[in-house]
Ligand binder design. Sequence first.
Ligand SMILES: [Zn+2]
Length: 306
Amino acid sequence: MKQAAVALLFTAFAFAQTRQVTDADVQKVTRSAILIDTHNDVTSRTVDGFDIGEPATQGHTDLPRLRQGGVGAVFFAVYVSGSYTSGNHSANRALQMIDTVRHDIIAGHPKDFMLALTADDIEKAHREGKIAALMGIEGGHAIEDSPRLLRDFYDLGVRYMTLTHANTNNWADSSGDMDKTSVEHHNGLTPLGRQIVQEMNRLGMMVDISHVADKTFWDAIETSTAPLFASHSSCRALANVPRNMTDEMIVALAKKAAWFKSTSTAVSFQPTAPPGRRSPTWWPTSTMSGGSRVSAPWASAAISMA
Ligand SMILES: [Zn+2]
């Protein structure tokens, strides 16, 4: 565990155990920077009619708490369950999820949310006192193996895509089913998978490696001409499950960013629980000060090679 970011997390844990973190402590941090939630699944509720503007009795996200927590930008998940591959309805579901972001969340609350398509848009929203709303597809099967659909989704505002969800698709292996012999695996990315990564690079859509199998990660590292991104992964050293990253992966991700002299690559450390334990009980509750809890109990940290 040599990464500075990880050391920071450990420091945070140790600190949290010695005294109660106050709302003022949290707000001092969140007001000093644009706090970005890189993967928010509230869309799975808004698509079924939940109004994000109303205080929620379930889940972690609603507008009052986003405001209270000082969240500056949210990547809303355009999550497409692997079940939609049955009958080939994945792109249809992706369109519905995009619609709930654009119609229910942004258009439904124009004083609070602004569609952001660029980094400049995030800063513009911040200056106007709004929360920047961005979109990331979760599950590469959403494009139904078509670079043309990938381009369409980009045009609708999608700015990252996880190459897989928990299901291996036709061009990339997932960490979620590598132990299933009934699934046809590809040993990482297929030639189409590499083509899709290259097209994402060309478009300016971030290649998100959360959920992918290890070999898919290394193939993406080799193929991508831009820094990679992990929107919601954790460290295997902390929670040893296949969808988390090894130290070697985290270092490779950082080196890839350093090669491009980029400061933008980040891993969002999500408290994925060890097998058999649920995240909310595993996560130290003392780090979640009630009034200032953001949309999900994770911490995000830029990776430093220092
Ligand atoms: Zn996920």
